[in-house]
Ligand binder design. Structure first.
Ligand code: NAD
Length: 391
C-alpha cells in the first residue's frame, strides 16, 4: 500500500486524513505542535477514524500512526503533505529532512509565496526529491470535533499547482487523485505562483484600507467592520494600485526569467471575476465586485477581545491576514520587485504599516534590510541578489 504522511493537526489535516485513508492510502500523521498528537490519537480512538462531511456526503478514514516524532512517521512516505500555515513550513521541513526517502514528494497546501526559495536553501543538492505547492487549499473546512469530525464547507473547482522539478507535476497530480472534484491545474513554476498569489494583496491591502487610523478602535461584536463587504473607494484604490504594481513586476521578471509565464499572472480584478463567476452581482468595478460577492458575505475584520474587556473587540493584527500574508507574501513580492528594479510605492506603504502593527522590521529606508527580514521568504533572506538567481 502506498504511504502518505500528513504534517499538521488542523482543519486541512483532518480532511486529508479522511480522504486519503478512505481512498486506500496508508496514512500517518506528523503533529509536533503542543499536545496535538495525543489529542488526535484520543479522538481517532474514540470515533474509529476521522469523518469528513460535505453537505451531501461523508467519508471516514483511519490513520495508522500519529506521532510528534518525525522518525516514527516520515520514513517510507512517498507523499508528504504539509497542511500548515506558511510560518510552520521551515521548522517542519527541517524536522523531517533527515527522515525522507530519496524519491519522496513534499507538498505545501497552500504554498504561499517564496516556498521555492526556502526549499532550495534547505535542500540544495537533494536532486531526487520533488517539492510542490498549491496556490490555495482546495477546501474551506472547519474541525467539528478534534480528531473525529471535520466539515468541508466548500470545495474549489480548480487549484493551481507547481513543482520543482517542474517535470514531476503530472506524477504529483496523479498522486493527488484521492482529492475528489478538484482539478489541479499545472502552473509554469512556483515563482509564477508567487507573483500570482492574490491573497498577499487582498488580505494586507484590505486590512490597511479599513484599519489604518483605526488601530486602537474598539467595537461591540455586532459593529465589527465587514471585511470584503467593507471595501470602500479608498480600499479599492489601494488594491488596484497594488495589483498594477504586481503587473509591472511580472512584466519585468518574465522578460528576464523564462520560467515565468506572464499570462498566468492576471490582474486582481481579472482573477476575482474568474474565481467567482457566479457569486458577484455587480462587476462594474473592483470595489463593487468585492462588496457584492456573496461568497464573501458576512466575513468580518479579524478581532480579539479588547484589553481588560469581556465584550468589546479590537482589531487582531496577529491574525494570518498579516502574520502569514506579509512575511510569506507581500514581502516576498517586494523582494522580487527590488531584484527586478521595479518601484512599488503602494505595496511599500502597506508593508510599512503592517510591519508596525506586527512589531517587526522588514523594509527600512526603501530597502529590504530590516532586522527581521530573515524570518520572511524574501529572496534577499536567502542571499539572492540578482534576478537570474530566482530560478
Ligand atoms: P489550522 O489553524 O486549523 O491548523 C494549522 C496547523 O498547523 C495546526 O493545527 C498545527 O498542527 C500546525 N501548526 C501551526 N503552527 C505551527 C507551528 N508553529 N509549528 C508546527 N506546526 C504548526 O489551519 P488550517 O485551517 O488547516 O489551514 C492550513 C493552511 O491553509 C493555512 O495556511 C490557512 O491559512 C490555509 N487555508 C485554510 C482554509 C480553511 O478553510 N481552513 C481555507 C483557505 C486557506
Amino acid at each position: 500500500m502506498a504511504k502518505l504522511t500528513v504534517c499538521g493537526g488542523g482543519n486541512a489535516a483532518h480532511v486529508l486524513v479522511a480522504l486519503a485513508a478512505s481512498a486506500g492510502w496508508e496514512v500517518d500523521v506528523f503533529a509536533p505542535l503542543a499536545d496535538e498528537a495525543q489529542r488526535l490519537q484520543a479522538g481517532v480512538a474514540a470515533r474509529g477514524g476521522i469523518v469528513a462531511r460535505t453537505r451531501n456526503s461523508q467519508v471516514m478514514g483511519t490513520p495508522r500512526r500519529i506521532s510528534a516524532e518525525p522518525g516514527d512517521v516520515i520514513p517510507g512516505s512517498q507523499l508528504i503533505l504539509m497542511a500548515l500555515p506558511a510560518f510552520a513550513h521551515g521548522q517542519t521541513l527541517a524536522a523531517i529532512a533527515d527522515h525522507l526517502d530519496r524519491s519522496a514528494a513534499i507538498g505545501a497546501m497552500p504554498a504561499r509565496s517564496g516556498f521555492d526559495f526556502q526549499v532550495h536553501s534547505l535542500f540544495k543538492g537533494s536532486q531526487s526529491l520533488t517539492f510542490f505547492g498549491m496556490q490555495t487549499l482546495p477546501w474551506a473546512c472547519r474541525i467539528k470535533h478534534y480528531g473525529q469530525e471535520v466539515d468541508i464547507l466548500g470545495s474549489k473547482a480548480a487549484v493551481d499547482i507547481a513543482s520543482v522539478p517542474a517535470d514531476q507535476i503530472e506524477t504529483v497530480i496523479d498522486q493527488l487523485a484521492f482529492i475528489p472534484d478538484v482539478e489541479f491545474t499545472p502552473t509554469g513554476s512556483l515563482l509564477t505562483m508567487t507573483l500570482a498569489n492574490t491573497g498577499q494583496l487582498i488580505h494586507p491591502g484590505i486590512m490597511y484600507g479599513l484599519c489604518q487610523g483605526r488601530e486602537r478602535d474598539t467595537f461591540p461584536s455586532e459593529q465589527i467592520p465587514l471585511f470584503y463587504q467593507g471595501v470602500d473607494d479608498f480600499t479599492a484604490s489601494v488594491l488596484q494600485a497594488m495589483s498594477d504594481e504586481v503587473q509591472s513586476v511580472a512584466d519585468a521578471v518574465a522578460a528576464s526569467v523564462p520560467v515565468v509565464n506572464r499570462s498566468e499572472v492576471p490582474s486582481l480584478f481579472e482573477w476575482l471575476l474568474r474565481a467567482y463567476p457566479l457569486t458577484i452581482s455587480d462587476s462594474s468595478t473592483l470595489g463593487r465586485a468585492f462588496v457584492t460577492n456573496t461568497s464573501y458575505a458576512g466575513l468580518r475584520v479579524p478581532t480579539r477581545l479588547a484589553d481588560g474587556s469581556a465584550e468589546t473587540f479590537t482589531v487582531d493584527f496577529r491574525a494570518r491576514y498579516l502574520s502569514e500574508d506579509v512575511p510569506f507574501g507581500l514581502v516576498v513580492l517586494r523582494g522580487i520587485a527590488e531584484l527586478a528594479g521595479v518601484i512599488t510605492p503602494m505595496i511599500d506603504r502597506v508593508i510599512l504599516w503592517a510591519q508596525e502593527q506586527l512589531g517587526r522590521s522588514y523594509l527600512e529606508n526603501g530597502r529590504l534590510t530590516g532586522k527581521d527580514l530573515a524570518e520572511t521568504r524574501a529572496p534577499q533572506a536567502y542571499g539572492i541578489t540578482r534576478i537570474e538567481q530566482l530560478v
